[in-house]
Design a protein around this ligand. Sequence first.
Ligand SMILES: Cc1cc2nc3c(=O)[nH]c(=O)nc-3n(C[C@H](O)[C@H](O)[C@H](O)COP(=O)(O)O)c2cc1C
Length: 323
Amino acid sequence: MALQFCNIKVQSPFFLAPMAAITALPFRLMCRQQGAGLVITEQINATQICRNSDPFTNNGFFTIKTIPDEKPVGVQLFGTDKQEFARAVEIVGKDFDLVNINCGCPSHKEVSIGAGAALLREPQKIAGIVEAIKGVTDRPVTVKMRLGWSGNNSVKIAKLLERAGCDAIMLHGRSGEQKYTGKADWGSIKRVVEAVSIPVVANGDVKCGRDAEEILGQTGARFGMVGRAAMANPFIFREINEWIGRGVEWKPTPAEKVGGFFDYLAICERLEMVKLTDLKIKAVQFTKGIDFTKPTRVKLQGAKSIDGIRDALGDLRDSMERN
Ligand SMILES: Cc1cc2nc3c(=O)[nH]c(=O)nc-3n(C[C@H](O)[C@H](O)[C@H](O)COP(=O)(O)O)c2cc1C
């Protein structure tokens, strides 16, 4: 299923949402392999890029590095100063297919400096950032936002951004103040879809293939985005694609979940991005719902090396093959 999102060819209408400390390169690759149409880096501080083109230099795991295999991939920036955004895009933008401005993060670190969702209190400022970035790149410039800071002024903001040259809006159906409470308001996303002619990517609370179909149906959006549900289950993209593409209800088998961990490990090894704590988290998350025998669970929880994790999940795989 080849679709066009902005000027980018995507194989699926469902994208991986940017998630700080989650959407590092190995995880993005895994999600692309499982069928995500587009992936986006975690948020990266535009000011820090201006000072150092890889602001994560001291941390080989979270890095601005990208590789051709993960394309199409977007880079998400956060900040407040339009000149810094533009400069950051001049430095790193050419490596990515799309630029995304974070106007959705409600956490204290961003909001206290007026960045992330706090920018929704100053829509003109976001428009200025879009214009400044458009002036230095030919890549699509997109905004990831919430419905508003405290209330809902999403239609007004979206129209303003469209006039400023924004190429697409990724819209999480909650306000900044709501953080992650309550339910995402898909009806409000629909009103934005109807108000602008640029693509709107509908986001919030998609947890399975049926949700994916419903969010597109209820909002009229042609694209959707998955965050939290992908964290423990990168297979969700395959599940969504099977459901919306072929009407097939697909879920990974326990053996496929374990296999998914070994695929992830192989990606990390190939990229030389192996990190014990990350692998342990992924081993537990990817195999959620599998009936572990107690000795295997104890072995996994107590693993102090990559080989320890490999052994524990190898045991699990062997026991599945025997049964
Ligand atoms: C751990 C975590 C980190 C996140 N980091 C970012 C981020 O860096 N940039 C951003 O725009 N949104 C971030 N988000 C928000 C997600 O991109 C997404 O909009 C939100 O989780 C709603 O989608 P969901 O219901 O599919 O999870 C983050 C969410 C989570 C749970």
